[in-house]
Design a protein around this ligand. Structure first.
Ligand code: HEM
Length: 432
């Protein structure tokens, strides 16, 4: 098959952060692309970014995610970035002796043999068996958060009151970050993930140049590194049972983690652990506010809670894509992809694939096909997925105990972001 190449308008829409703030037109675009050209070449009209293949079918995204030998994370940027951004990252990391296109050396930016060695360090900690030891603390926090929401009055911004602070607090406890520093961590994460949105990045300006955005992200990375270096020193002196202690004292191949690997591990856990869960939590509440019947159903039957959580994670798909590089020539859905080519596995498109999900745009708490791709698959599948599910289940238990009805009180707004996205405001009217 000859390579299908996107028109300039489609290519622009796929990489424009604004597209991800306008959800329904984005889903329309992915439906069209998936139906006509499920493996589509995206080229920049002004050569601003490297060309890549956009992958939109569920089955193709699953196959690529699970084949970690043919499709690598490390050699190319693991999140979409333009040439300038990549050069900037390479310039900085070369100074750190790493020569990586990824600013942060985190699990998602590594391949075997190093990736599994680092992942194993905390894998057991994040399994359900160990999470039971912190369940009571999370339940208490969920109750406190729900009480605070009810006390805030009838008209509230759910993102500000609940969806943003609650997962942040959980992940900060795990990492051993004291409560007084949480605001700083939230701010830093928003710089890293919200760099494309003027309300979330620190400049407050629209239309930043790629160089300015990269500077903002790099500033956040440097702040994170300095912060966690101090924390690791404390945990070496006074070990506890938290993830920070495991990492600060870890030994791999006979040596402690390098400062860059150590900081990268903290950064991925701190950052991946809250904006994502926050977006799914807010999305679930939006769906329930729009659909009183589903709200009544789950309020009456709490056995539906795990389904709400799973459906919310699929329906919102907060991590919108990751990138991979083909390690050899390979064919995907009949299209020839060459060794060295860059690919975007698009989880939003995959999780709205009608070949996998009936009526994919409907939020349906009774859906039986729950095998979604929002957590990815294969060697890099989300390390925190059991934690995310647990946090959300406990929160919705607490909310449903306290809330009698909920409706929208204004227009919710989504973040402008190609990578991690979701609601940044959700005005609700709540009756206790
Ligand atoms: C709804 C919430 C969440 C979503 C949608 C989500 C999604 C993802 C996705 C798509 C990946 C990449 C998977 C792949 O490449 O196949 C990932 C990786 C990761 N996530 Fe999550 N995540 C969530 C919550 C969390 C939480 C709560 C934590 C930890 C506290 C966490 C920590 C990580 C880490 C460490 C990785 C890297 C794993 C690796 O590369 O080996 N995530 N997540």
């Amino acid at each position: 098959m000859t390579a299908p190449v996107a028109s300039p308008a489609v290519a622009k829409a796929v990489i424009d952060p604004q597209s991800y703030a306008d959800w329904d037109p984005l889903l329309d675009l992915f439906d069209q692309i998936r139906a006509e050209t499920p493996v589509l070449r995206i080229e920049s009209g002004d050569d601003d970014h490297e060309p890549f293949w956009l992958i939109t079918r569920y089955d193709d995204v699953m196959r690529i995610s699970k084949d970690n030998t043919t499709f690598l994370n490390a050699p190319r940027p693991v999140v979409f970035t333009n040439r300038q951004g990549e050069q900037f990252a390479r310039h900085i990391t070369a100074q750190q002796g790493d020569e990586s296109p990824n600013l942060v050396s985190s699990l998602v930016a590594l391949d075997a043999p190093k990736h599994p060695k680092l992942r194993r360090l905390t894998q057991d900690w994040f399994m359900p068996k160990n999470l039971r030891s912190i369940e009571a603390d999370i339940r208490a926090l969920a109750a406190k958060t729900a009480d605070r929401l009810v006390a805030a009055g009838t008209d509230v911004d759910f993102v500000k009151e609940v969806a943003a602070p609650y997962p942040l607090h959980v992940v900060m406890q795990i990492l051993g970050v004291p409560e007084e520093d949480e605001g700083r961590m939230l701010f830093l994460t928003q710089q890293m993930f919200g760099g494309q949105d003027e309300e979330l990045n620190k400049s407050g300006m629209a239309n930043l140049t790629p160089e300015q955005i990269t500077q903002i992200v790099f500033g956040a990375v440097a702040d994170f590194e300095a912060y966690f270096e101090q924390l690791a020193a404390q945990r070496r002196a006074n070990p506890t049972g938290d993830v920070a202690t495991i990492l600060a004292n870890a030994v791999v191949d006979g040596a402690p983690l390098s400062p860059r690997d150590l900081a990268g591990y903290y950064i991925i856990t701190a950052s991946a652990g809250h904006d994502t869960t926050s977006a799914s939590t807010a999305g679930a509440m939006l769906a329930l506010a729009r659909d009183p019947d589903q709200f009544a159903k789950v309020k009456a039957d709490r056995s539906l809670l795990p389904n709400i959580v799973e459906e919310a994670i699929r329906w919102t798909t907060p991590v919108q894509h990751f990138m991979r590089m083909a390690a050899q020539d390979v064919e995907i859905s009949g299209v020839k992809v060459a060794k060295g080519d860059w690919l975007m596995i698009n989880y939003v498109a995959a999780n709205h694939d009608p070949a996998q999900f009936d009526n994919p745009r409907k939020f349906d708490v009774t859906r039986d096909q729950t095998r979604h791709l929002a957590f990815g698959a294969g060697a890099h599948q989300c390390l925190g997925l059991h934690l995310a599910r647990l946090e959300m289940r406990l929160l919705f238990e607490a909310l449903l105990d306290r809330i009698g009805s909920v409706e929208l009180a204004g227009q919710p707004r989504r973040a402008k972001s190609t990578f991690v996205g979701g609601l940044k405001t959700l005005p609700l009217r709540i009756a206790a």
